[in-house]
Ligand binder design. Structure first.
Ligand code: SAH
Ligand code: MG
Length: 199
């Protein structure tokens, strides 16, 4: 397993695949254990790295993960097979905004196209269990979000603006409370607000 993990990390470096950073991953793994999370829906599998790193935490963990890119999907199939975790990880090839998924998850992990985070959130929060959490990755986007003075191409600036919009969206969400965590590339953890039924 360690050899496979190392190989995936090397492959990601070589082909510029934005897999989760170590500190972010360690934080996320701890969060999952502490919150007794057993089912995860991941949007954006890339080569299967985070799915494998989360599934290996617990033989009872079940992960459904979606990837739209053909090459990355093929690599993820290969890596998941090599990991021996095929019973725990269901990999779906498709665009998360176009396909429909069934189920009820303890955790929804949003880690796909940064410009579409609000759309992923709105589409998939309906599949979250009442006391589940939505985790969003890369809200710092390599530090660009906190450092708008840095030189950026027009498209990067547009992306950073979209990430900021998402942060504001989470901050003002009427149904969710969000905690922003400065680990890895910036994570957000959103939980449903408890509605007070007694007037
Ligand atoms: N979670 C992975 C990294 C994901 S990188 C890890 O940490 O190991 C983001 C991935 O999301 C890319 O591979 C990209 O192809 C995929 N992606 C982007 N938009 C998507 C969409 N709408 N549906 C499915 N996958 C998407
Ligand atoms: Mg990420």
């Amino acid at each position: 397993m360690d050899k496979l993990i190392e190989e995936m990390e090397r492959y990601a470096r070589e082909y510029d695949i934005p897999i989760m950073q170590k500190e972010g991953l360690v934080f996320f793994q701890k969060l999952i254990v502490e919150n007794h999370i057993k089912t995860i829906l991941e949007i954006g599998s890339a080569i299967g790295y985070s799915a494998i790193q989360l599934a290996r935490l617990d033989p009872d963990m079940h992960i459904v993960t979606i990837e739209r890119d053909d090459e990355r999907y093929a690599k993820a199939v290969e890596n998941i097979e090599r990991s021996g975790l095929t019973d725990q990880i269901e990999l779906i090839h498709g665009d998360a905004l176009e396909i429909d998924i069934d189920g009820n998850f303890d955790c929804i992990f949003i880690d796909a196209a940064k410009a579409q985070y609000i759309r992923f959130f709105e589409k998939y929060e309906t599949l979250l269990k009442e006391d589940g959490i939505i985790v969003s990755d890369n809200l710092s986007f390599h530090g660009y979000v906190e450092h708008p003075e840095r030189k950026m191409s027009r498209s990067l600036r547009g992306l950073v603006r979209k990430i900021k919009n998402y942060i504001v969206y989470l901050e003002n969400h009427e149904k969710y409370d969000t905690l922003f965590i400065n680990e890895g590339d910036g994570l957000a953890i959103s939980r449903k607000k408890k509605t007070n039924m007694v007037e």
